[in-house]
Design a protein around this ligand. Structure first.
Ligand code: ADP
Length: 471
């Protein structure tokens, strides 16, 4: 079966609700109306009975209604009250008088009935006749030594007629109301869903090549506007991510093209000339260096790709950063010395961080490597490790070439390197700090840089210290 559309479902729901409500209201009103009319009729019969009783006399055992025939009010009242009436002698149960309507003999009470009624308090009795239902009230009337039972009534037909026409009305009003409600609901649902359809159409037209397009926001700040705003925000993130990917691909191509062109150029020149083995050796050594840089860059790229896709597991172990930094600076000392740089470390003892020792080591190595790389001979590089209650701080400071202020916000971006003329461009691919930033984030740490051109740079990393876990 084809699933119902939202519009149909809304219309159905609305129509069913309206029909239930209308029927409910109709039935309640029917009961209230019936009870009201019933009470009115009882009061009317009561009025007639007590009124007629006042005009009733008994002359030689026969009931006579005595009233002023010149008084139109009395004439009308007696006419109404005597329309349905009977008088019985209680002692014998004999019918003494009755109205014309009863003369056909449909309404007769037996002496036993009369006896029974005479012994009970005045009440109402509903009886069925050919002229419809009639409500009678009986009361005892005494005259001299004799007692009589007076019955006065009124037709219940008007009640039935009123209730019937009310039900007839309902039978029209309910379907008509439901039909109108359904039409209104269909129309309203269509109107309300129009913008949804428009949003869907607009969303369907957005492709990877047109991620800069946005869904229309009406400005009414309703749910649909919220939906469009959310969707636009998602599009914005997607656009940024796709843009970064494009940029990344372009950067990789560019980064690979330059060293490959150099390698190819060197090989071509070497082939064109007749060189001595020593000259070939030099070409090969130079190429080997280039290969190493390429390999390093590709390794870094792979690590970054794996890290960002969540494939890399960051361990949670207690890492003694103090010992690690001391060991690493000792190992790197010869590298620094070869550049005529002093490398020293000032570490508080046993500063521990909860995290992955391999990644923390990579952070330290990257920062110290950069400091050595960007500090001219004669300079110094210092690594500090300290701690307070909440944080462990790792600082790598140099008095090298520094970073221009306009470059500072970008140094953590992939492939970003400051002005190549400031350093040996071929040294790095601009991925080291990207990896450092990723690793620091994984450890819930923060990294900040203070740097002044020609004065030097200070990289400060703060880790939640001790037992706080990175994930
Ligand atoms: P690379 O692998 O090229 O060193 P990084 O991501 O590690 O890439 O660093 C990005 C850029 O930030 C470097 O190319 C350099 O211009 C700048 N930089 C990083 N560390 C320092 C530093 N200690 N002193 C001066 N510039 C630095």
């Amino acid at each position: 079966m084809k699933p119902l559309t939202l519009r149909t479902k809304l219309t159905l729901f609305y129509s069913i609700t309206v029909s239930v409500l209308l029927t409910g209201f109709g039935l309640v009103y029917y009961r209230v109306l019936a009870a009201g009319i019933d009470t009115d009729l009882k009061e009317d019969v009561l009025d007639r009975t007590s009124g007629l009783r006042g005009y009733l006399r008994f002359e030689e055992g026969q009931p006579v209604v005595v009233y002023d025939m010149d008084d139109p009010d009395e004439v009308t009242f007696i006419g109404r009250a005597k329309r349905y009436y009977q008088v019985y002698e209680i002692r014998t149960g004999r019918l003494l008088d009755e109205s014309d309507e009863f003369r056909s003999g449909q309404v007769r009470f037996s002496p036993a009935d009369i006896q029974h009624y005479a012994e009970t308090a005045p009440e109402f009795v509903d009886i069925q006749t050919d002229q419809g239902k009639i409500r009678l009230r009986y009361e005892i009337v005494t005259s001299g030594n004799d007692s009589y039972l007076l019955f006065v009534g009124a037709s219940m037909q008007p009640i039935d007629d009123t209730l019937d026409s009310f039900l007839e009305g309902l039978a029209w009003v309910i379907p008509l109301g439901v039909l109108l409600a359904a039409i209104a609901a269909w129309f309203m649902a269509g109107k309300a869903l129009e913008p949804v359809a428009a949003l869907g159409k607009a969303a369907g037209e957005i492709a990877v090549s047109s991620l800069d397009r946005r869904l229309p926001v009406q400005g009414s700040n309703d749910e649909l506007d919220q939906l469009a705003i959310q969707f636009n925000e998602t599009l914005e993130r997607l656009e940024k991510a796709v843009g970064e990917m494009k940029q990344f691909t372009a950067s990789i191509s560019h980064e690979l093209r330059t060293p490959l062109a150099i390698l190819r150029g060197e090989a071509e020149i070497a082939l064109m000339q007749t060189n001595s083995p020593e000259q070939y050796r030099r070409v090969l050594v130079s190429q080997l260096e280039e290969f190493e840089k390429l390999t390093r860059m590709i390794n870094q790229l792979l690590t970054l790709a794996r890290a960002e896709s969540g494939e890399v597991e960051v361990l949670k172990e207690q890492v003694n950063v103090s010992t690690m930094v001391q060991t690493l600076t000792e190992e790197l000392e010869p590298v620094a010395a070869s550049k005529n740089l002093s490398l020293s470390c000032k570490c508080d003892p046993d500063v521990t961080v909860s995290g992955d020792s391999a990644w923390i080591e990579r952070i330290v190595l990257n920062l110290v490597d950069n400091a050595i790389k960007f500090t001219p001979p004669g300079g110094s590089v210092t690594v500090n490790v300290s701690t307070d209650q909440q944080t462990a701080t790792l600082e790598v400071q140099d008095n090298g070439i520094g970073i221009p202020s306009d470059a500072l916000p970008h140094i953590f971006e992939r492939f970003y390197r400051t002005d190549p003329s400031r350093s040996n461009r071929a040294e790095g691919a601009g991925l080291g700090l990207t990896l450092v930033k990723w690793a620091v984030d994984q450890h819930r740490g923060s990294i900040e840089v203070e740097s002044l051109p020609s004065k030097g740079s200070l990289f400060r990393i703060k880790f939640p210290s001790g037992i706080i876990n990175p994930n």
